[in-house]
Design a protein around this ligand. Structure first.
Ligand code: NAP
Length: 324
């Protein structure tokens, strides 16, 4: 399980992930003199690193760029003694104390307590131009970016609750919202469907997929294909919102922590995972709110719970097997 011959270190608290949840946990834990180690993930910083303007994070009346917000959080955590390991956890053993986190070439971390804040990633259609225009008209978060589409026409992709919720939300700003869904029927709950269907700004294109996004610097159109006929058409819109689900970044914890059927960490009492001494924070288990500020709040809670846990449990000697 461990990387033989690799450096090994022991910490009281390891925080896995460096988005708003992990970094807020680090700020709280380091201010409590726990000197946490953040294993940041590569690339680090989470979803905010691919976000442009953030206007709904409190404290920044002029808005702030996502990457800048992450840099500030990271500096704040470092100021109080957080250490960073810019690496990725490749393997874990959570059956013994201290817990073992294997980061490959950067060594093995033994930790008395762990906070998992690895987040979730929005699904994309994986079209070349979609990736190029991310943050320039292409978004996977209507709550974050809807405001920038006042008076514009946009497409939302997906047939689930998120797509209905986001399409309905976008009508507060957009002139029109076209929901493009690859099947003849929506899978969203009846109440969410009805709300969207009754909204005069929302149109539906069923049995249809998006095949391309157009625009040099920002979105000017979305190419769609009607699947039964194969007919392609360009919709002249300025925005493309993906609402096709998220994938939690929990693969490395599979078998070690309880996950739900979609791979999200299962928790009790808000932050407790199925292993005593391992806590969770942010989108890695919260698939409902998925906001930077709610992830930060959950990071705070996880750090307070971890601090309490460390106080209540005499730190086991590194390398010794021990009961919790
Ligand atoms: P979801 O239920 O998994 O729906 C994803 C949608 O995206 C599906 O319609 C799926 O199509 C489509 N899709 C997936 N991959 C695609 C691709 N590559 N190309 C085109 N379309 C694709 O995800 P969700 O809507 O994010 O909801 C996740 C969970 O959160 C659900 O349990 C949902 O009920 C819940 N939720 C609840 C609320 C609420 O109650 N307020 C709001 C949001 C979400 P198919 O239908 O063909 O599979």
């Amino acid at each position: 399980m461990s990387s033989e011959g690799m450096p090994s270190r022991h910490v009281r608290l390891a925080i896995v992930g460096s988005g708003p949840a992990g970094l807020t946990a680090a700020i709280y834990a380091s201010r409590a003199n726990i000197a946490p180690l953040v294993i940041s993930g590569v690339p680090s910083g989470g979803q905010l690193m691919i976000t442009t303007d953030v206007e709904n994070y409190p404290g920044f009346p002029e808005g702030i760029q996502g990457p800048e917000l992450i840099v500030k959080m990271r500096e704040q955590a470092a100021r109080f003694g957080t250490e960073f390991l810019d690496s990725t956890v490749r393997n874990v053993d959570l059956t013994h104390h201290p817990f073992m986190l294997d980061t490959g070439l950067t060594g093995v971390v033994h930790a008395d307590c762990v906070i998992v804040a690895t987040g979730a990633n929005a699904r994309w259609l994986e079209l070349a131009n979609e990736q190029r225009l991310r943050g320039h008209g292409v978004s996977a978060c209507a709550t974050c970016d809807g405001f920038f589409f006042k008076g514009k026409d946009v497409v939302t992709v997906g047939g689930g609750d998120s797509a209905m919720e986001e399409a309905t939300f976008l009508t507060k700003f957009a002139n029109s919202v076209t929901v493009v869904h690859r099947r003849p029927d929506l899978r969203a709950s009846r109440i969410m469907q009805d709300r969207a269907r009754q909204n005069h700004k929302i149109r539906f294109r069923f049995d249809t997929e998006v095949t391309d996004v157009l625009g040099a610097d920002s979105v000017t159109g979305v190419v769609v294909r009607h699947l039964p006929s194969g007919k392609e058409e360009t919709l002249e819109v300025q925005g493309l919102f993906l609402a096709i689900g998220h994938d939690p970044a929990t693969e490395v914890f599979r078998g070690a922590l309880d996950l739900d059927e979609k791979g999200y960490l299962q928790t009790t009492d808000i932050t407790r995972t199925s292993v005593d001494g391992v806590f969770a924070a942010g989108d890695v288990y919260d698939h409902r709110y998925r906001q930077a500020v709610s992830a930060a709040g959950l990071g705070c809670m996880a750090a307070l719970d971890a601090e309490k846990w460390l106080t209540e449990h005499s730190a086991p000697t590194p390398g010794r097997r021990g009961a919790h």
